[in-house]
Write a protein that binds this ligand. Structure first.
Ligand SMILES: [Zn+2]
Length: 212
């Protein structure tokens, strides 16, 4: 899969994505358009531009890229004067997660899956605002009598997680699923439009089925 986004200024975007470690694979230019295929650690991105520029509506577009050394990328961004926020060490990025904004205003999250030997131990893995929000939701479920549900998420091999579920998640299509904290965190980052549902929430499935 190749992530594609339209940009206003392909040269400004090239500079930004090269700072993240992306390198040009191919590019092309015509009178009314330009495109640029970039690549970093197995992750391709295609940037496209039209002249006159396409009016691109503001989208909740988010790129999530994984790096072997996210601290090195953060240092490069810092040296270039690009503002980057460290988001802590969520379960899907034990080596750290950094948030930046690209020249078109898209959110770009940079993560490192595993903590490396050279990194100091995390002072508080609950430092991620994302994760503490989930903990609050889990505490609310607990306060209302808890749940006997188990985590519905399967791992990459297809094996069910089987951990005790902590929170209920939903998506705009009305699907809901119980999940453990670690998997809930992963779903919120990777599934577009997913959100933390209240315990009794059935999403909008009933409404949709009434509409037939
Ligand atoms: Zn789980």
């Amino acid at each position: 899969m190749v992530a594609v986004t339209y940009v206003r200024d392909i040269d400004a975007s090239r500079t930004f994505y090269e700072l993240l470690g992306f390198r040009e694979l191919r590019s092309g230019k015509a009178d009314t358009s330009a495109w640029l295929a970039l690549y970093q650690g197995g992750q391709p991105v295609l940037l496209a531009m039209t002249r006159p520029p396409l009016t691109v509506p503001r989208l909740p577009l988010l790129f999530y890229f994984f790096f072997d050394d996210v601290d090195a990328v953060a240092r490069r961004l810092d040296a270039a004067g690009v503002e980057a926020d460290h988001m802590g060490y969520p379960p899907h990025a034990l080596g750290g997660e950094v948030k930046v904004t690209d020249p078109d205003g898209n959110t770009v999250l940079l993560g490192q899956r595993e903590r490396s030997a050279s990194q100091p131990p995390a002072a508080d893995d609950g430092a991620s605002p994302h994760f503490s929000l989930l903990k609050e939701a889990a505490a609310l479920v607990e306060a209302r009598g808890g749940t006997t549900a188990t985590c519905r998420v399967r791992d990459f091999q297809g094996n069910p997680c089987r951990k005790k579920a902590d929170v209920k998640l939903a998506d705009p299509a009305g699907d809901t699923a119980w999940a453990c904290l670690g998997h809930a965190d992963e779903i919120l980052v990777t599934v577009p439009g997913s959100f933390i549902a209240s315990q009794d929430d059935q999403g909008i499935a009933a409404f949709l089925s009434r509409r037939g």
